[in-house]
Ligand binder design. Structure first.
Ligand SMILES: Nc1ncnc2c1ncn2[C@@H]1O[C@H](COP(=O)(O)OP(=O)(O)OP(=O)(O)O)[C@@H](O)[C@H]1O
Ligand SMILES: [Mg+2]
Length: 249
């Protein structure tokens, strides 16, 4: 058995499709077996038979067009989604940065959100407090740290998210495109932090539409298209193929 921190074996994911009872609920009930069959069959397949492993300390990039299934894949790795078929195994403390503001509460201040997230991600209150100064400093949010999140800009929410995730001593870090809304200087700082994680042996999954960042940070890249791993290999090679013939697939 492989001991890789992230293992996807034959993973498929389907989502239910929203359905209208065109014939009305009465018609639905009178033709129940057929109606149920049609309900069951109307599922959207986002991923099919996806298998890969990420070795300890490796950074795997995931590229693909809008709707290719990248966020679905990260959601499966984070355990917030269940695979329909196959198995997902992720070991160690996971620090997920899934989408902008996920896990944050709009009416709590930045500081309160840091505490909440730290505890939700498995740290004790004392451990979060120890890291508080470093998190606030990294975020560069200044006095806004005492303001409720609803007054934050998108970039400020991303700053807070990355700062929290980066200070939790993760074994596995999952990053979904949140850097895109940060300004140039903050993106650089995040990439630098990710490099530091690499040196410390943190395992990372990095979803991005920024090909320069992917080439800079990843050890290997998979390209998701047509629900599957369309290509897997060295970053320069996969990015060249994706950006050349495949953008938009
Ligand atoms: N909760 C859901 N219910 C139904 N369909 C969904 C759900 N979440 C995602 N999908 C569908 O699954 C497919 C993959 O979506 P996903 O969000 O994983 O794509 P993505 O590669 O992250 O795209 P993007 O680059 O735009 O972020 C899309 O067709 C999307 O419509
Ligand atoms: Mg996405």
């Amino acid at each position: 058995m492989s001991s890789a921190p992230i293992i996807f074996s034959g993973v498929g994911k389907t989502y239910p499709m929203y359905h209208h009872f065109t014939g009305g609920i009465k018609n639905f009930l009178f033709n129940l077996p057929e109606a149920l069959r049609s309900l069951r069959s109307s599922r959207f397949e986002a991923l099919r038979d996806v298998s890969f492993e990420v070795a300890k300390g490796e950074t795997l990039g995931i590229v693909g067009g809008n709707g290719a299934g990248k966020s679905t894949l990260l959601g499966l790795a984070a355990g917030v989604l269940r695979p329909t078929t196959g198995a997902v195994k992720v070991s160690g403390r996971i620090s997920p940065l899934l989408e902008l503001g996920a896990g944050f509460h709009r009416d709590l201040t930045g500081l309160e959100n840091i505490m909440l997230n730290g505890v939700l991600l498995g740290l004790t209150r004392a451990e979060v407090k120890e890291r508080l100064a470093a998190i606030v400093e990294f975020s560069e949010l200044g006095a806004f740290i005492d303001q409720p999140l609803r007054v934050y800009s998108n970039g400020m929410v991303a700053r807070l998210g990355f700062s929290v995730a980066a200070h939790l001593d993760p074994d596995v870090m999952l990053i979904d495109e949140v850097l895109a809304v940060g300004d140039e200087e903050f993106q650089k700082k995040c990439l630098e932090k990710m490099r530091e994680f690499k040196r410390k042996g943190v395992t990372m999954l990095f979803v991005s539409h920024s090909m320069p960042s992917v080439k800079l940070i990843c050890d290997r890249v998979i390209w998701i298209a047509d629900r599957r791993v369309h290509m897997s290999g060295a970053p320069a090679e996969v990015v060249r193929a994706y950006a050349g013939e495949g953008a938009g697939l």
